[in-house]
Design a protein around this ligand. Sequence first.
Ligand code: PDD
Length: 284
Amino acid sequence: MRTVYLNGQFIAENDAKISIFDRGFMFADGIYEVTAVLGGKLVDAEPHLARLRRSLAELALVLPLDDDALLAVHRQLIARNALCEGLVYMQVSRGAADRDFLYPPADTPLTVALFTQDKAVLDSPLAKRGMNIIGLPDMRWGRSDIKTTQLLYACMTKEQAKARGADDAWLVKDGWVTEGTSNNAFIITRDGAVVTRELSRALLPGITRGALLALVQEHGLQLDERAFTLEEVKNAAEAFVTSSTSFIYPVVTLNGQPIGDGTPGPLTQRLRRLYIDHALAGSV
Ligand code: PDD
């Protein structure tokens, strides 16, 4: 049984209880982070904490724990669960209060919960075989840049992808791909440019995306931060996604049609290796 963290305590997962009045439960009034763990260490910890701060600020949540304390909780949890490879999930909600759309008084204690999950991040079947994706309309709210726990539409689209025999969906708004259900979307054009949509309120500023873009530039590859259409995906040489739980997964088909030659592309595989080297070197 795992040891989890809830509101200042490390306890057995079966003993961790949250009120039915918790606003995370009633309104999805909360934010979260997912940080990968390799060799018992956190990958890209600093930018994850920075994005957590941004999410908290956007929702006017005031967390009485500084970055050092949060890092210490993450590390304790990894140690107590002897986690070698996988992830740490952290969620902060506005806490328990009588049901009211208005925020409760500012002194209402937030709910802070963390748990670990075992996952083979490096040796993943999807990294080898690549993902089959479908295009679906992006019907999420207008602040997809905030990492809130309001993920129902992502769950619905992933279910739909599964029902159609695919692994995942890329979401399309006004004719342009925004991102995947739980990852950022990339294509590589036939002339070798790495293309991903520029940041805005329409997509999550992925930490893996940010780290990869720095690597792309460092290695002198051509980078084009702009929106693209499904038509461009169909005609691309390669495609892939980035996220903390996948790092980089190739995307090999769109709506049943092969992208490039329909196998994981060489530049995608090189970028995955570069990202893994970066992750191993920078983990803390
Ligand atoms: N999802 N876009 C969306 C909508 C996401 O949910 C995620 C991450 C990403 C990639 O962000 P990052 O590189 O920081 O993980 C992009 C996490 C892994 C999840 O919800 O489990």
